[in-house]
Design a protein around this ligand. Structure first.
Ligand code: HEM
Length: 114
């Protein structure tokens, strides 16, 4: 997914990255691993020829205390990235709709994560 790296980069350059206080220093290898897992996750969910070998979203994010506000900031970064790459419809709406469905798995304290 050609906009995986920019989305990650955008998230990092955010004035108050949504995950600022949740990101311990990471090695280049760890960042590359997480980027590839995120790319595989979205590509597999979109029916692409990839297999996602990572953990589920609930387990991967549990304990980070990600809030609805963090998630809204992430969605704004996603929107800017989709604009930057001029992602056309219907793909754009499909990516946004898919990412929205993950909120209850990733945001702590939402009914589903308890
Ligand atoms: C505010 C939003 C988000 C924040 C702050 C965030 C942060 C993180 C962090 C810090 C990790 C590394 C966890 C660890 O192993 O220590 C992680 C893993 C991951 N995240 Fe997120 N994330 C967010 C939203 C998302 C979304 C929307 C997706 C999917 C589109 C996603 C997909 C993944 C994947 C695939 C992994 C790797 C799972 C694994 O290691 O098995 N994240 N996230």
């Amino acid at each position: 997914m050609r906009y995986g790296q920019p989305l990650c980069r955008l998230g990092m350059d955010h004035p108050r990255p949504p995950h600022a206080n949740r990101l311990r220093p990471r090695s280049v290898d760890t960042l590359n691993r997480e980027r590839q897992l995120a790319v595989d996750f979205i590509a597999a969910a979109a029916g692409g020829p990839t297999i996602y070998l990572g953990r589920d979203m609930k387990i991967s994010h549990r304990g980070m205390g990600i809030t609805k506000a963090d998630y809204a900031a992430f969605m704004r970064c996603l929107s800017v990235t989709l604009d930057t790459f001029k992602v056309p419809e219907p793909e754009r709406s499909e990516v946004v709709a898919f990412t929205t469905t993950l909120e209850s798995e990733i945001v702590e304290g939402s009914s589903k994560t308890g």
